[in-house]
Ligand binder design. Structure first.
Ligand code: UDP
Length: 311
């Protein structure tokens, strides 16, 4: 099989690229390096099963040779990143999704959309099952990402229903691990970098807001299984064990052995108060559930962040 992965130089899609290559598939990666990094693919330079195209998928593109799958992962994903690039984020979710769907349609290939727990917004239902429609501010500081992904889901279902494209949609919940950009502004990378530098950990608000953190190997396995399944409806893939940001800060301090203090900064606008995936569908349909606990995942991430921060 040969698959095209957009956003392949990003944190998550670079691990997914490795997963397909390990299974014996061929991968064509595409990225414009807006938030992705060449370093994430450097280990594949000599791998003849991997090819790479530098391109912004918001503008039309084609891939020569056979294409059996198109996995659309290109997008800024960290709040500071998508807020710095709001129009690019909206375009990669809209035009980018359409261009990737067209590639799949032309090749009769399977299409896989990387969607997000952000489609649930600031959820009023907890935990979040796939049947929840969400609570999103269409003009707020997170709207460029949330609405782009909601549009991308709608476009994917439209291609499925109108053109019969074989589609999959994953809703990804907070994922962390090696290859995250240390400065990407997300909470796990921020806390690990701050702890390793002996700087204060910046907790936004009172730190009582919650997230459910999934280690990257678990997330990638769930995505790989969903791609190979026959389920076309959106599917949550995430770790359902929920933590407050203060609890996360304590775990990071324990894992790093850092003496950093905790400081509180202003809570950003529209920051979801809670988030936890209901993974009943993933358990039943894919036989999948996460294996790596937060403490263990932080320990597994530490060598990478230590190299990035301390050289
Ligand atoms: N957060 C924090 N300190 C930071 C960065 C983020 O307390 O240095 C909080 C943020 O306000 C949010 C949670 O951590 O409540 C997760 O933020 P992140 O940007 O990682 O992802 P989100 O789930 O909000 O997209």
């Amino acid at each position: 099989m040969r698959v095209v992965i957009t956003g392949a130089a990003g944190f998550l899609a670079s691990h997914l690229t490795d997963r397909f290559l390990a299974a014996g598939d061929q991968v064509c990666g595409i990225d414009n390096f807006l938030t992705g990094r060449p370093d994430n693919l450097a280990h594949l330079k000599a791998n003849s099963a991997f090819t790479f195209m530098e391109h912004d998928v918001s503008t039309p593109f084609d891939v020569s040779g056979p294409v059996d799958g198109v996995l659309h992962f290109a997008s800024a994903a960290s709040p500071p990143d998508y807020q710095q690039y709001p129009i690019e984020t909206l375009l990669v979710g809209s035009e980018g999704t359409r261009n990737a769907l067209e590639l799949a349609r032309r090749n009769s290939a399977r299409f896989f959309l990387a969607s997000t727990s952000e489609v649930y917004g600031d959820p009023q239902v907890h935990p979040q099952p796939e049947t929840y429609w969400g609570y999103v501010n269409s003009i707020g500081p997170r709207s460029m990402y949330d609405e782009a992904k909601r549009f991308a889901e709608a476009m994917t279902m439209a291609y499925h229903r109108t053109h019969g494209v074989d589609t999959r949609i994953v809703r990804i919940f907070n994922t962390y691990g090696p290859r995250m950009r240390p400065g990407d502004g997300r909470v796990v990378s921020n806390f690990l970098v701050q702890a390793l530098r002996g700087e204060p950990l910046t907790v936004y608000g009172d730190g009582s807001q919650t997230r459910s953190f999934c280690y990257v190997s678990d997330e990638v396995e769930g995505i790989y299984r969903l791609f190979n399944s026959s389920r076309t409806l959106p599917t949550n893939i995430g770790n359902p064990i929920e933590f407050t940001m203060l609890e996360l800060a304590e775990q990071v301090l324990a894992v790093t052995g850092s003496a950093s203090k905790i400081v509180h900064h202003e809570l950003p606008g529209d920051d979801p108060k809670v988030r936890q995936p209901d993974i009943t569908v993933a358990r039943e349909v894919l036989g999948w559930e996460p294996k790596v606990a937060l403490r263990q995942g932080l320990e597994l991430s530490l060598p990478y962040f230590r190299r990035e921060v301390l050289g």
